[in-house]
Design a protein around this ligand. Structure first.
Ligand SMILES: [Mg+2]
Length: 620
């Protein structure tokens, strides 16, 4: 028996960090699978509870220098908030020091001699290193003790070398020192991290929006005297009687008992119309009473509600890994050691070429600073978080990164008819003499959805167990060119496989048990949320509502996300490929000082996150 649990992780800063944590957990006995998300700051672990406990996992991660939160009561949000406030304070203070050092090292204020100016710079730089940059050295040391290295190692080394070399220069009477590089690197790295943290919070906002739907309190009705009292929702039990007023959110899943109301379920179904509810109707947590008020009987509470299930699923999807990320992780693990070697080679090469210690050291420092792998670590996960989050807001639940990746390739959509494309008219008993459109109705916007798919270059096939004339009629009504009638579940699967053999990436959309075989065979399986659980269980994509326009939306969104992800990776890698040689001084006319290297490094990681955030406003 394996158990899957998602733990918050504190202290990860770059791709090398998340790769280290993941490696550590993966090598732990009893752990079968791990996915660590840098922007999500989580580790999703599949483990055998008989072989390993969460506390063992926590110890393993602590040994690598990070903190795994296994205690549910710990307020992780609060830890991150405090870390953010402290980071912001250190960033501001570091800039004050950087400017002051600049003023004295450039001799804008002259204190009598080079020596006094340089000594003042030295004291200021040392103070900045202790007050603002302390964490780099602490983490780098801890990493060194575990024989690993991360971005902090690069920062600690580069600022340390620049500082101690400048101390040497100061007391050997040199005019020019590099204390300003030390303080500037600290400031730029901190600023980059601050902006990154800000933007990362933005990418996670859809989860927070979903969580915000859950009210904190509910009105509990005391059956004995009909009195109503306000209680925290954590205390609610199944069978409790609750009262919900106009404008309030339904606190838990349950059944309407009395009252007259219309409920806005758009957050679950994606359809922006208030649905009239009557006694016996099902009510979902997080949906909002737009008209009237009601009393309801609680059925599913806490983590059992549909909304909680959605939040869990979106979180897991956002923290899953795109196939390409596995490669990025491998690169990240060797990246820092590789950069250290390149810096060493740079130093040695310049010592051999011109024998100038200063030139050799400063070029090596520039290499260390410019090559921080943070952009690489953020490239794919930030794009995924925004893409999957946006889909969730639209009522499209995507199970994982692989499904999102597959969606953008879809060239054929196979759709089931009844329950997917049309809704049966339930109040009419089966009767062969009825006209087609008396037995069922086309779902609203179904024809528009099919039209959009065609415009996007996706061919649509309809399959139905219905008679040939009925299938022809509904295919025509929906504007679908290809159809198969009187099919059995096996025929649906055969059609999917046949289309795949022709070289297509096939998506299958269905609602029933008779579709599960074809859903399993398809490259992307799409279930209708109100359909059978069997179909939903299996599907990689679930549409919460009946609006089929969500299908072209999902494909469009996946195309945007995949493009963004590729852009990010391209820029993150090209940046390093171009900048590392430049910093090493390969092109004689281009001289990148450590200070400029720090600015470019901060810019590259921030630009990757901003590019992902653009997805939030992309039209689908
Ligand atoms: Mg069906």
């Amino acid at each position: 028996m394996t158990e899957r649990q998602t733990f918050p992780v504190v202290g990860m800063m770059c791709a090398a960090c998340s790769a280290n944590v993941e490696k550590r957990l993966r090598e732990t006995e009893g752990v079968t699978d791990v996915a660590v998300s840098l922007p999500g700051r989580t580790a999703m672990v599949d483990y055998d509870p008989e072989k390993v406990t969460p506390d063992d996992l926590r110890r393993e991660v602590a040994a690598a220098g990070y903190e795994l939160i296994i205690d549910n009561d710990t307020d992780v949000e609060d830890i991150h908030r405090q870390a953010f406030v402290s980071l912001r304070r250190r960033t501001i203070v570091s800039w004050l020091f950087a400017v002051a050092v600049m003023v004295f090292s450039m001799h804008w204020i002259h204190l009598g001699s080079h020596l006094t100016n340089n000594i003042v710079c030295m004291v200021l730089a040392a103070t900045s290193m202790v007050l603002c940059g302390r964490q780099f050295y602490v983490v780098a040391w801890r990493q060194l003790m575990h024989r690993s290295a991360n971005m902090d190692t690069l920062v600690a080394l580069s600022t340390g070398i620049a500082f101690f070399f400048s101390v040497y220069l100061t007391f050997t009477g040199a005019e020019h020192t590099w204390f300003d590089s030390t303080t500037m690197i600290i400031s730029f790295v901190l600023t980059g991290r601050l902006l990154e943290e800000r933007a990362k919070n933005g990418t996670a906002s859809s989860i927070r929006a979903l969580m915000g739907l859950q009210p904190k309190t509910a009105h509990l009705v005391n059956i004995d005297d009909d009195s109503v009292s306000e209680v925290p929702i954590a205390t609610l039990q199944p069978r409790d009687m609750l009262e919900v007023h106009l404008g309030e959110a339904i606190p838990v899943d349950g059944m309407m008992r009395s009252g007259e109301a219309a409920v806005d379920e758009s957050m679950i179904t994606g359809e922006p119309v208030a649905v009239p509810k009557q006694k016996g109707d099902r009510l979902l947590a997080g949906t909002i009473v737009r008209q009237g008020s009601l009393r309801m009987r609680a059925q599913q509470v806490g983590s059992e509600t549909v909304l909680s299930g959605i939040i869990r699923m979106v979180q897991q999807a956002q923290n899953s890994k795109a196939p390409v990320q596995r490669t990025v992780d491998k690169v990240a693990l060797v990246f820092v050691p590789a950069v250290l070697s390149i810096a060493l080679v740079t130093f040695a090469a310049w010592m051999i070429v011109d024998g100038d210690l200063q030139h050799a050291l400063i070029s090596a420092v520039s290499v260390l600073v410019i090559a921080c792998p943070c952009a690489m670590g953020l490239a794919t996960p930030t794009a995924l978080m925004v893409g999957i989050g946006r889909a969730a807001e639209r009522g499209i639940l995507i199970k994982d990164a692989t499904a999102l990746e597959q969606l953008h390739r879809v060239s054929v959509l196979v759709t089931d008819k009844t329950g997917t494309l049309t809704l049966p008219n339930t109040d009419i008993t089966a009767n062969d003499n009825l006209a087609f459109d008396e037995r069922e109705t086309l779902k609203p916007h179904a024809d528009e959805a099919m039209q959009r798919l065609r415009n996007m270059g996706v061919e649509v096939w309809m399959t139905s167990g219905d008679r040939d004339d009925a299938a022809a009629y509904w295919a025509g009504r929906a504007g679908i060119g290809h159809y198969r009638s009187k099919v059995m579940p096996q025929d649906k699967e055969d059609l999917v496989r046949e289309l795949q053999r022709q070289g297509n990436t096939v998506a299958m959309v269905g609602d029933g048990i008779n579709d599960t075989q074809a859903l399993a065979a398809a490259d992307v399986s799409i279930a209708i949320g109100r359909g059978t659980d069997a179909a939903m269980e299996l599907a990689q994509v679930t549409l919460m509502g009946d609006d089929l326009r969500a299908i072209p939306d999902a494909i469009q969104l996946s195309r945007h996300t995949v493009r963004t992800l590729r852009e990010n990776l391209f820029w993150a890698f090209i940046y390093n490929i171009v900048c590392i040689p430049l910093a090493a001084g390969v092109v004689p006319s281009i001289h990148i000082t450590p200070m400029w290297a720090a600015a470019m490094m901060a810019f590259s990681s921030v630009s990757v996150v901003l590019n992902s955030l653009r997805l939030r406003w992309k039209k689908v």
